[in-house]
Design a protein around this ligand. Structure first.
Ligand code: DAK
Length: 260
């Protein structure tokens, strides 16, 4: 399917989704949120896709937030509908069965940073800047930012970021534990692709189960988390991939995982 606000490319099991509104620094309007939800579901259902990369078109921005022009005159009901569209779109990526890597190529502000935080792994260009400027607009991060950030870096640092609305460099975000890696701008897509290739070689079912356990760990008490882990771990032994992985080890060859 063709999208108005997204560019989607497939290459050898890796799908790249580019937010494509560079004139508005890839700000998320309702239409883009709906398209993100649609493409997220389609990629999840596509067995040939093993890893998804999310990035922004243009040199300047990953995503500069939700579309302020569209939000400016919304009433309460429209605000709620907009919020639900965002939640549905973001959850599609967060809960996708396959790993999602954010390649943050520039500004990732507000809802844009929340998109990155809903991805599994964040690599950022050394030119990127991130933050939550919502408070300067009379709102606050409402696409999961208060929740996901606090769980990553604790309450005090999250409050400092959100209350000040300040923008920080990718390096500062890395030092705070908000992103995985900072790479030279020109190297970003190359580095992200190397990681995607490495992930792609591994078993998709065990990856999906591991992702579920790790994501749920944020919300479960330790006993429930360990129980989920034990059950999902057990499920691996019902797959051909587990037999293949361990047989390949014994036979001293590389495994070929088929997701079965
Ligand atoms: N929305 C719409 N357009 C935007 C935009 C945005 N967020 N950010 C930039 N643009 C547009 C600008 O209006 C400008 O358009 P033209 O004037 O050329 O038509 C174009 O992109 C280029 O921007 P600038 O001229 O401003 O470029 P600069 O390099 O000078 O500055 C900047 C770059 C990123 C520092 C600046 O553009 C900026 O501060 N942008 C706004 C960043 C921001 O505040 N982002 C947070 C948005 S609020 C919700 C849940 C969550 C949210 C909302 C609701 N619910 C639960 C209901 C999330 C809210 C947000 O994300």
């Amino acid at each position: 399917m063709d999208y108005k606000n997204l560019l989607v490319e497939f290459k050898d099991g890796i799908a790249t989704v580019k937010i494509n509104r560079p004139k508005a620094l890839n700000a998320l309007n309702s239409e883009t949120l709906d398209e993100l939800k649609h493409v997220g579901n389609a990629l999840n259902d596509n067995k040939d896709v093993r890893v998804v990369i999310v990035t922004g078109e243009g040199e300047k921005a990953f995503i500069a937030g939700a579309d302020i022009l569209e939000m400016k005159d919304m009433n309460a009901l429209e605000g709620m509908t907009f919020s639900q569209r965002g939640h549905e779109a973001f959850s599609t990526f967060e809960n996708m069965d396959k790993p999602v890597i954010a390649a943050v190529n520039g500004f990732a502000l507000g809802g844009g940073f929340e998109v990155a935080l809903a991805c599994d792994i964040i690599y950022a260009s050394d030119k990127a800047k991130v933050g939550f400027p919502e408070i300067t607009l009379g709102i606050f991060p409402g696409f999961g930012g208060t929740q996901r950030t606090a769980k990553l870096i604790g309450l005090a640092k999250t409050k400092e970021l959100i209350f000040s609305g300040k923008t920080i460099t990718a390096q500062e975000a890395y030092e705070m534990g908000l992103i995985n890696k900072v790479v030279p701008h020109e190297e970003l897509m190359k580095e992200v692709t190397v990681l995607a290739e490495k992930i792609k070689a591994n078993g998709p079912i065990s990856m999906k189960l591991a992702k579920e356990c790790i994501n749920k760990s944020l919300f479960l008490d330790i006993e429930s988390g360990l129980l989920l882990e034990a059950k999902d771990f057990g499920l691996c032994f019902g797959t051909k991939d587990q037999k293949e992985g361990m047989t390949a080890f014994v036979e001293r060859r590389k495994p070929t995982f088929k997701g079965e």
